[in-house]
Design a protein around this ligand. Structure first.
Ligand SMILES: Cc1cc2nc3c(=O)[nH]c(=O)nc-3n(C[C@H](O)[C@H](O)[C@H](O)COP(=O)(O)O)c2cc1C
Length: 214
């Protein structure tokens, strides 16, 4: 009989203050549906975008009820929440057994901070740790148009081994509602780290099978 204790190995999900909180919600729901553990970090600026896009005031002291309302999910026992200013949090250390990190959505500020190793908050520190530990890091950048500095930072992230995954939905999967297009991007984020999901219909080589987009 094995006496080894089963170690919880979460995905760290960093939500930064770019427009696109539905992308984060879709990724979080799909990770939980896949039975994955999640450590959640929400930047200070992300509280503004969340408030703007959902009407929800995300509070450290009431994160559980705020997250349940945001995701429309009540079973959150697989989620651990860390305030963005908490540098003593688990994901601040490489010895914390995280699987990797998904920054969804990623601001140009988060892109810069991660590329330059600034670690100005827990989200950026956890991303720096993910890179130094050579764990998978996906950066789902959301901005348009992109300036030259951000493009350089994205190239730098790619060189450091991160997956740069723009929040840029494809239309070949037949999606036409906003929710389907959001789920397409979320599905590509999960594809990048090998987590199974059913968020979008995969390309199977049938030209024209996506249906007509209005
Ligand atoms: C409503 C709103 C929408 C924003 N959308 C974006 C965006 O799409 N992309 C981006 O890079 N920054 C966006 N910003 C600006 C960032 O929130 C700001 O640069 C912030 O400093 C980023 O901090 P963070 O990376 O710690 O979350 C937005 C701000 C607000 C209030």
């Amino acid at each position: 009989m094995s006496t080894a204790k089963q170690v919880r190995q979460p995905w760290v999900v960093g939500v930064s203050g770019a427009s696109g909180t539905p992308y984060a919600a879709s990724v979080l729901r799909a990770l939980l549906a896949a039975g994955e553990a999640v450590d959640l970090v929400v930047s200070r600026a992300a509280r503004l975008t969340l408030l703007d896009e959902t009407g929800i005031s995300f509070r450290d002291a009431h994160w559980h009820e705020d997250l349940a309302q945001w995701l429309g999910v009540q079973e959150l026992e697989n989620v651990r929440y860390w305030p963005a200013g908490d540098f003593a949090a688990g994901p601040s250390s490489g010895s914390y057994p995280a699987k990797g990190m998904l920054v969804v959505p990623a601001t140009t500020g988060a892109v810069a901070g991660i590329a330059l190793g600034l670690s100005k908050d827990l989200l950026q520190r956890a991303a720096a740790v993910t890179l130094k530990e050579r764990r998978p890091l996906v950066v789902c950048v959301r901005e348009t148009p992109l300036d030259g500095v951000t493009l350089k930072h994205l190239v730098e992230l790619d060189a450091q081994g991160a997956v740069v995954l723009p929040a840029s939905p494809g239309f070949y999967a037949g999606g036409s509602t906003a929710r389907e297009l959001v789920d397409f991007v979320a599905g590509r984020v999960l594809d990048a780290v090998g987590v199974p999901h059913e968020l979008y219909r995969r390309w199977e080589g049938d030209l024209g099978s996506g249906g007509k987009v209005a």
